[in-house]
Every structure is written in C-alpha cells, then in structure tokens.
Design a protein around this ligand. Structure first.
Ligand code: A2P
Length: 297
C-alpha cells in the first residue's frame, strides 16, 4: 500500500496528466463512451455518465462519431459544472470519410453535435477502411492534411490516430508535416501487441487503450479475480491499474456512477512486477487487436 499522496509512476489521480509531444497535457485516464454494441445509445444516459465521471474526478472524455455518443458527451460537458478549459475531449473520424474537404466537413459535423468551439484531440479511427482499400495511403494522406490544417488553425489542440500498425504510421509519415501525438489501440491484460507498443514509444506517440476491461470480458477471468482479491481491489481496478503502470491511458466505459467512482480509485496501490507479468501474459477469450488491412469495415 502507498502512503497518502505518494506518487506512483508519476500519476496520483485520474486528472493527473502526461504531456504529449506538442506540449499539450492529457489526463492519464479517460471515460470511454462506446456502448459495446451498435445500438443507438441514450443521449441522456451518456450525459449523466459524463457528469458522474467529472464528479469522480475524471477530466478526459473519449467519444467517436460512430459511437453516436457525441451529443451525449456534449450535453454532459455543458451540464457537468466544470469549465470547458479543464476538460479534455476526444472524438474520431469514422471509416466512411476520407479526403481533405470531406474530413473538414466531418470534423465540423462532429463539433456541431458536441456543441464545442474547439476539440482537444481528433483521431483517424481506423487506418484502412474497406471502402478506401484500393488507395488507403493516399486517402489517409489527404485526410491527415486536413487534420494538420485544423490543428494549425487552432480548432484542435492535438491530432492522432487509432488502430494504426507501424506500416500505417510509416505510410502516413511519408507526407505528414505534423507527427501524430496519440495512437489509440485495444490494450488490456492479455492484449498489448508489443510490436505496436514499442514502435509508438520509439516515435514518441502516446498510447491510449480502448476496451481496457476487454469490454467486460476480463471481469470474470479467474486469474484477474485471484489478483484482485490479493490486493483487495475489484477486477476492473486491477485492469486499469495495469494500464496506468504500463503508461497506457485506459478509457474505461461505464454509465454506472459507482463503477465510474471505482474506476477512478486506482492510485492507492501498486501491482508487483511479478503480477504485472502475469496480467500482461494472460491467455484466453479476452479479445485481440484487429489488423484492419483485411477487415470488412
Ligand atoms: P456499464 O457501462 O453498464 O457500467 P470496456 O471499458 O473494456 O469497454 O468495458 C466496458 C464494460 O464494463 C461495460 O459493460 C461497463 O458496464 C462495464 N464496467 C465498467 N466499469 C466497471 C466496473 N468497475 N465494474 C464492473 N463492470 C464495469
């Protein structure tokens, strides 16, 4: 157990920040808002989750145009009682949009739904959509040029990608003037594709982890439950603490206030190196990173 206020791995609570390669601060844990299925989410429920998260100390909210939660997040941001400048909001460009003009338009459509004047982080959601597979490199280059212009104009404070493997980043960097600051990929115990993690670290790209609880799959895992009992924490807290100790930004999704509070309470203990290894190497039905080059979306 740590003494009160003791700093582990540089972070003391969910609003404590890493610094991106452009100097922008990003809180070390964020609230996820993907429902986990493709049904339309309840905007009021999403807004209430954002308010509960802010109440629990969260200052970082993650959404995407395809999650259909941008309105709910925008409403929550408006109603949560915290200044916009204290919050870090991310959204993502979906796979049906590529190209310069199209990207600018999609960005403004997202901003309208969010009801925000500026965005903290904008991500290309996937590198190689099925609809653009014939020339994905060129499409991404034009899309990234739009990201860069929005960034230079001050509409976005940081830009990045999601689900990009090293070869997607190599292709992007052939024409990029501004390097991505973030790569958001699937990261949780049993799923931390070393090739991507090491590559991003070499490039100075910060890693965010979506589905940090394996969309819930990890919460019944016997090994995680055993470790959770040992530390007197929940399985969710063990998963999130593992992310923090690996210096990934986990984005746990929850619409349940008690769980949101629990997911913020992960800074008063430390997982031993041995247990970290066990968690990293977990096997089973936990979920894996998707290589989009041959996916049908
Ligand atoms: P809910 O939103 O109903 O609270 P992931 O972040 O990996 O996608 O996992 C999200 C899933 O995990 C959701 O079903 C969410 O349920 C559930 N969840 C989030 N936090 C907790 C927690 N602390 N304890 C149990 N379940 C949780």
């Amino acid at each position: 157990m740590l003494r009160e206020g003791e700093k582990v791995f540089g972070m003391i609570n969910v609003s404590d920040c890493y610094t991106l390669s452009n100097g922008v601060k990003i809180p070390c844990v964020g609230l996820g808002t993907w429902k986990g299925d493709w049904q339309t989410p309840d905007t009021g429920e999403v807004a209430r989750a954002v308010c509960a998260a802010v109440e629990a100390g969260f200052r970082h909210i993650d959404t995407a145009s395809c999650y259909l939660t941008e309105e709910g997040v925008g409403l929550g941001v408006k109603e949560c009682g915290i200044n916009r400048s204290e919050l870090f909001v991310t959204t993502k460009l979906w796979n049906d949009v590529r190209g310069y003009r199209e990207t600018i338009d999609a960005f403004h459509a997202s901003m309208k739904k969010l009801g925000l004047k500026y965005l903290d982080l904008y991500l290309i959601h996937w590198p190689n959509p099925a609809a653009f597979r014939d020339h994905w490199q060129e499409y991404n280059a034009e899309t990234w040029r739009a990201f860069e212009d929005l960034y230079k104009a001050g509409d976005i404070r940081a830009i990045g990608v999601s689900n990009f493997y090293p070869h997607h980043l190599d292709a992007l960097m052939k024409t990029a003037q501004v390097a991505p600051m973030v790569n958001q990929i699937r990261l949780h115990p049993g799923c931390a594709t070393d090739e991507i993690v090491q590559d991003c670290r070499r490039r100075g790209i910060l890693l965010e982890g979506y589905s940090p609880l394996g969309t819930g799959n990890l919460l019944q895992n016997p090994e995680i439950l055993r470790i959770a009992e040992k530390y007197g924490k929940s399985a969710a807290q063990i998963c999130l603490r593992w992310s923090v100790q690996r210096e990934f930004i986990p984005l746990p999704k929850s619409v349940t206030p008690q769980r949101i509070q629990q997911n913020a309470a992960i800074f008063d203990f430390e997982i031993s190196e041995q247990d970290m290894e066990i968690l990293t190497n977990l096997q089973g039905e936990l979920g894996t990173q998707i290589n989009q080059d041959n996916a049908n979306f």
